[in-house]
Write a protein that binds this ligand. Structure first.
Ligand code: ATP
Length: 318
C-alpha cells in the first residue's frame, strides 16, 4: 500500500480535472538534511472545493502547504498556485492562510488587528464580513493577548480571510478547541467555501474532514496514498464494524480469523473486520448468548488507520 497510491476517485491521482486546479504540486520532493519529508507528491486543489489533507504526524502535510505558500522551495518537481510561482506577489494577494503560528501584536485589539491585516491587501474583505464570518462581534475591543485559545483561532480565521482570498489554507484550524467551538468554526469554514472559494485544510480530526471536505487526500511518508470523497475513502477499505455484548474475552476475539482490531466501549465490544460474515458465524459458535448486535461500515477513522498502517503491521494483522 505504501509504495502504490490508491486512486479511489477514478479521476487520476493528482491528475487533471476539467478546469485547471487553483493549486498544484507535481511530483514534488523535499528533504530537510537527511529527512525525506516529501517523496514524489502530486496533489491538485480544485476551484470551489474543500480538500482535507490527512496523514499521521510527520507525514508531510505542513511541508506540502509551505511549498504552496512559497515559504519553502521544492528540491524536485513543481509547486504552482493559480498557475504561477507561489512566491509571486499576485499569488500572495489572492491567498489566505491560517497557520499554527500566530505572531500577533499582543497590545492591539481584535478590531485593530483586523484593520491592520485588511490594509495589506488591494481589495480587502469588509470588516463587517470578517466579523460575521469569524463570529468576532463581541470581541472587537478585546486585546489579542486576552483572547482564549478558541477565540484566537476564530480571529486567525478572520485574518486569513482579510484579503478576500480565492484560496485559503487552514492548518489544523480547530487545534485545541472544544467541541462547541469546533462546530462553530466548521460553520464558518462552510460559509467560506459556499462563496465559491477553495479551501485546503489539514486536520487530525477525521470527524472534521468528514464534516467539511468535498475530497480527502491521504498522505503517508511524504507520498499520496489515497484520494477521494470521504465516502469513497471509507468504501475503499472494505472493513465492517461489528458491535455486540459478549462474554468472549479479548484474546479469544483477537484470535478469530479475519479480525483486524478489537476494542471495548463500555459494555459493548467493537470488532473490525473485512470478513464480517465469517467472523459473525464464529462469534455465535463461541457465544450463543451474544446480544445487542450491530453491524455497520467501519467509518473514515478506520479507513484512515487501515490506509496508513505500515506494511509490517498489515503483514502482522493478516
Ligand atoms: P504533523 O501532523 O506532526 O504536524 P506533518 O504531516 O505536518 O506533521 P511535516 O511537518 O511536514 O509533517 O514534517 C514532515 C517530516 O519532515 C517529518 O519527519 C519532520 O520531522 C520533518 N521536518 C519538518 N520540518 C523540518 C525541519 N525544519 N528540519 C528537519 N526536519 C523537518
Amino acid at each position: 500500500m505504501s509504495s502504490q497510491a490508491l486512486d479511489i476517485s477514478g479521476r487520476g491521482l493528482g491528475g487533471a480535472s476539467a478546469r485547471p486546479p487553483v493549486a498544484q504540486l507535481v511530483d514534488v520532493s523535499k528533504h530537510y538534511g537527511s529527512v525525506r519529508a516529501l517523496d514524489g507528491l502530486s496533489l491538485d486543489v480544485h476551484r470551489g472545493e474543500v480538500l482535507a489533507l490527512l496523514g499521521p504526524n510527520g507525514a508531510g502535510k505542513t511541508t506540502a502547504i509551505s511549498l504552496l505558500l512559497g515559504l519553502l522551495r521544492p528540491d524536485g518537481g513543481a509547486a504552482t498556485v493559480f498557475g504561477l510561482d507561489p512566491r509571486s506577489i499576485e499569488v500572495r494577494t489572492r491567498l489566505g492562510a491560517m497557520l499554527q503560528v500566530s505572531g500577533l501584536a499582543p497590545t492591539l485589539t481584535v478590531r485593530e488587528t483586523l484593520q491592520l491585516y485588511r490594509s495589506y491587501y488591494p481589495r480587502p474583505a469588509s470588516l463587517r464580513f470578517l466579523v460575521e464570518l469569524a463570529d468576532l462581534g463581541e470581541l472587537l475591543d478585546r486585546r489579542t493577548d486576552a483572547l482564549s485559545g478558541g477565540q484566537l483561532q476564530r480571529l486567525m480565521l478572520g485574518l486569513a480571510m482579510a484579503g478576500d482570498p480565492e484560496l485559503v489554507f487552514l492548518d489544523e484550524p480547530s487545534a485545541g478547541m472544544d467541541l462547541e467551538s469546533r462546530r462553530r468554526l466548521w460553520q464558518s469554514v462552510r460559509d467560506v467555501a459556499s462563496a465559491g472559494r477553495s479551501v485546503l485544510l489539514t486536520t487530525h480530526h477525521l470527524e472534521e474532514a468528514d464534516a467539511l471536505a468535498d475530497r480527502v487526500a491521504v498522505i503517508h511518508r511524504g507520498t499520496l496514498i489515497a484520494e477521494g470523497t470521504p465516502t469513497e475513502i471509507e468504501a475503499s477499505v472494505s472493513g465492517r464494524r461489528i458491535s455486540c455484548v459478549t462474554s468472549i474475552d479479548l484474546a479469544r476475539l483477537r484470535a478469530i480469523g479475519g479480525v483486524n482490531r478489537v476494542e471495548r466501549r463500555g459494555a459493548a465490544t467493537e470488532i473490525f473486520t473485512a470478513r464480517a460474515e465469517d467472523v459473525l458465524r464464529q462469534l455465535f459458535d463461541l457465544d450463543p448468548g451474544l446480544s445487542a448486535l450491530e453491524v455497520g461500515g467501519a467509518g473514515l477513522e478506520q479507513a484512515f488507520l487501515a490506509l496508513t498502517r505500515d506494511d509490517q503491521d498489515q503483514e502482522r494483522a493478516a
